[in-house]
Ligand binder design. Structure first.
Ligand SMILES: [Zn+2]
Length: 187
């Protein structure tokens, strides 16, 4: 049975992290559109980020990405600590979004302190690791050329991202995977 959350219908055993992918395109009416990206750092159920590194990546990406893009709506951690959700206004394609992520990651590597890591501006100001964040970003940047490859080669759904879904939903959803720019993800 298809679940409401798009990624709950993704077989996490078949993906090959790191990657970025369109998880959802939400049409709000009157031409307004939001695109939700997964920015996956870690292979699901095999590895995860430490929470203080997650927290620092969240702060830095949220702050630095807005220097480059006026359409950043939100950047939030996945509860499984394997990646983040990046919400953008409009429908930026995967290459443009990957470029924004890469540029922001390079800002993170150049940072000498985590912004707003204090008790005035954060709910747990002591809970940060600049080094942990930079190590995670370094590892993800090392695989930059593979970011647009979402499904593992040879995975059952590698050739057709829709094949893993129930038959009645596959036809309308099969553009949301490795090559998806969101054409089929409208909901
Ligand atoms: Zn915080």
């Amino acid at each position: 049975m298809k679940l409401n959350v798009e990624s709950f219908n993704l077989d996490h055993r078949d993906v090959s992290a790191p990657y970025i992918r369109v998880a959802d395109v939400k049409r709000l009416g009157e031409g307004a559109v939001l695109t939700k990206y997964d920015v996956r750092f870690c292979q699901p159920n095999r590895e995860h980020l430490e929470m203080d590194a997650v927290h620092s990546i969240e702060h830095m990406f949220a702050e630095f990405s807005r220097n480059h893009a006026p359409n950043v709506v939100d950047f939030s951690p996945m509860g499984c600590q394997t990646g983040f959700y990046l919400m953008l206004a409009g429908e930026p394609d995967v290459p443009a979004t990957a470029a924004l992520v890469e540029t922001t990651f390079r800002d993170i590597l150049a940072a000498t302190a985590v912004p707003a890591a204090n008790e005035v501006q954060c709910g747990w100001g002591a809970h940060h690791s600049l080094k942990g964040a930079q190590d995670a970003v370094t590892a993800m940047l090392a695989k930059r050329s593979a970011w647009e490859q979402v499904m593992a080669p040879g995975a059952p759904s590698a050739d057709d991202a829709g094949a893993r879904l129930a038959p009645e939903t596959a036809a309308s959803e099969n553009a949301t995977g490795a090559s998806g720019v969101g054409e089929g993800a409208a909901s």
